[in-house]
Design a protein around this ligand. Structure first.
Ligand code: DGL
Length: 259
């Protein structure tokens, strides 16, 4: 059983890492690094990139696909599920419910510009009836920092300070990381907001969802070792080194495609 993972770049590797710790199987991770970052591009263009990526993973015989990208999920999951009704497509959305279910003060959701502007997130917040307790902030530059791996602790802290309303910092009990690149900066968020802040990402939830789907399909995922193939849409040594560092794994097959 092949499981496909997809993101614009390295962000989804934070989800794959969680999956690797619980599910042994054959993984194909497709990063559309030629077109990253998605979050600040024209939605119509990004939708085309996403469709090509899902088409590729289907052609590679992935029976389950994890869209390890909030931006791609909010733009295209409905269309992709319609296009491929026989493939399990698991999406990623900001774990706002986890924060809302906890005792909370204000909740800050950080995501890409596209995720923040999409109806999917607005509807989720409305359904939870927490509109007056949630602030949204676009933190697109974190994606660029993560992809380049060229930043200092100060760069990240200064950037976060420049986008987050300083007067409100003490009011937040939860920060929801609504982009799969952002868990790479979890410690920076904690440093800025202080020790009592709860910084939440959706990675455990996505992987639990994946485990449920595998059980439903009767797939045994406990016996064999995992294999990981990373497919990139542009040759990039920085990406490959980043991937090895994030996954903590050297034995990765790298494939380069022109998508
Ligand atoms: N990692 C992606 C997300 O979760 C998108 C980053 C980007 O390409 O802007 O939204």
């Amino acid at each position: 059983m092949k499981i496909g993972f997809f993101d614009s770049g390295v962000g989804g590797l934070t989800v794959l890492k969680e999956a690797l710790s619980k599910i042994n199987c054959e993984y194909i991770y497709l990063a559309d690094n030629a077109n990253a970052p998605y979050g600040i591009k024209k939605k119509e263009d990004v939708k085309k990139y996403i469709e090509k990526c899902i088409d590729y993973l289907v052609k590679r015989d992935c029976k389950i696909i994890v869209i390890a990208c909030n931006t791609a999920t909010s733009l295209s999951i409905v269309d992709m599920r319609k296009k491929y009704p026989n493939i399990f497509i698991i999406g990623t959305e900001p774990a706002v419910k986890v924060a809302a279910d906890d005792i909370h003060n204000r909740i800050l959701v950080c995501a890409t510009s596209i995720t923040i502007s999409e109806e999917k997130l607005k509807k989720l917040i409305e359904t939870l009836n927490i509109n007056d307790k949630v602030d949204l902030v676009a933190a697109d530059k974190l994606v660029t920092f993560a992809e380049s791996n060229n930043f200092t602790k100060n760069d990240i802290e200064n950037y976060l300070k420049s986008i987050i309303d300083n007067k409100r910092i003490k009011e937040y009990s939860h920060v929801v990381l609504g982009c799969t690149h952002f868990p790479l900066f979890k410690e920076n968020f904690k440093d800025l907001f202080g020790e009592n802040i709860k910084v939440i990402d959706g990675n455990v939830g996505i992987v639990n969802n994946l485990i449920n789907k595998l059980r439903l399909k009767g797939v045994n995922f406990n016996n064999k070792n995992s294999t990981v193939e990373i497919v990139i849409s542009k040759k990039d040594d920085i990406f490959v080194n980043n991937a090895i560092r994030i996954l903590g794994k050297e034995d990765i097959k790298i494939t380069i495609i022109n998508n």
